[in-house]
Design a protein around this ligand. Structure first.
Ligand code: KG4
Ligand code: ZN
Length: 341
């Protein structure tokens, strides 16, 4: 296999890429819709789908032109078919199916979260065994990976961590997406100013839960709005304290699960991915953890941290190597809850 075309449209990034089977990138074009969704302080699914529809053919042409390749040079088309927003996924899947049928190229549907899971290893050797933490705007899970076996150890019961960052940012009148804003503001805040109770499941499960932390922020905002915002409506230094304390609670909750699972399944490598993997406090805590426990922490490169097509191409080639057969281009469907049941 020489070249893989990756296509990603599961949320608010339209991305296409050409990679080698080991994930080495030939070229990637990503169009972010952040500016379009910003006025709504969150992703509007219908707008996302319409944007994908308008952008995908254009960025596909631009990818092929800039990379200097043609569809006949492509051996495999890999497309995200879930989980994600159904209307958004359908655009990528329909486009990929059309290309596959027209050019008689093999097609494979890729799980978006598995794309993130392996994204730290693009162009590198994938460790035989590792733990993976995937933290994004719609999911949070820890995985145990052993060769071609992927076992999901936990998942988020309610809000995903990125979603909690975005919702809290909205409460604090900060722009979308909230994660980078809260990350930046927290540097000037006191993370111990507001104590948060750590989520605890009544059934003792080690799933993630971020909605309690988010609701606690909402209560503080209701009670002391006058202290949190200046008269002009911008966040005060007390507001920055609340943002920093919220971020600290989210990071502490993530680190608690990472610590428990890495003691239960000791492995020398931990791969951390998804949009929230960019969080600087999380990285600080993971680095302390890695030094203390002798665990190597792997992150994706910058341009494959957010949603991107290179990780989808890489994972697509991998699943075929592991023995999965290509999908029927007349049958492959979008599945918004793929792997989540
Ligand atoms: O993985 P991703 O690009 O898209 C999904 O598949 O959901 O993740 C986007 C999420 C957003 O919720 C955004 O607020 C969050 O990642 N994010 C961050 C940071 N950068 C992006 N959250 C916390 N700290 C950051 N620095
Ligand atoms: Zn994602």
């Amino acid at each position: 296999m020489k070249l893989i075309l990756g296509i990603e449209t599961s949320c608010d990034e339209t991305s296409v890429a050409l990679t080698r089977p080991n994930g080495t990138r030939v070229h990637q074009v990503t169009a972010s819709q952040v500016e379009i969704h910003r006025p709504f302080r969150g992703v509007v699914p219908e707008i996302a789908a319409r944007q994908h529809l308008a952008l995908l053919p254009v960025i596909y042409e631009s990818l092929m032109e800039k990379a200097g390749y043609d569809l006949k040079d492509v051996d495999l088309i890999a497309v995200t078919h879930g989980p994600g927003l159904v209307a958004a996924l359908l655009v990528g899947v329909a486009f990929a199916r059309g290309l596959a049928v027209a050019s008689q190229t093999s097609l494979v549907g890729v799980n978006h979260l598995e794309g993130h899971l392996f994204s730290p290893f693009l162009g590198k050797k994938v460790p035989e065994e590792f733990l993976g933490l995937v933290v994004s705007g719609s999911h949070a899970s820890i995985y145990q990976v052993r060769r071609d076996q992927i076992r999901r150890l936990n998942m988020n019961r309610d809000d995903a961590p990125g979603e909690a960052f975005d919702k809290v940012a909205r409460l604090l009148k900060l722009p979308y997406p909230g994660g980078p804003e809260i990350d930046r503001l927290s540097a000037s805040g006191d993370e111990n100013a507001y104590p948060f109770k750590m989520p605890r499941m009544s059934d003792g499960s080690l799933d993630f839960s971020f909605s309690g932390i988010k609701s606690a922020v909402s209560r503080h905002v209701r009670r002391e709005s006058a202290r949190l915002f200046d008269p002009s409506g911008t966040l005060s230094s007390r507001g920055a304290d609340l943002a920093a304390s919220f971020q600290e609670a989210v990071v502490e909750h993530l680190m608690d699960r990472v610590t428990v699972y890495s003691r239960e399944f000791p492995m020398p490598d931990l791969a951390v991915s998804g949009g929230v993997a960019a969080n600087s406090r999380l990285r600080e805590k993971l680095s302390e953890f890695g030094d203390r426990e002798g665990v190597r922490i792997h992150y994706p490169e910058n341009d494959v941290t957010m949603d991107n097509a290179s990780m989808i191409a890489f994972r697509g080639a991998m699943v075929l190597r592991e023995g999965r057969l290509p999908d029927d281009p007349f049958e492959l469907d979008a599945d918004p809850r793929l792997g989540q049941r």
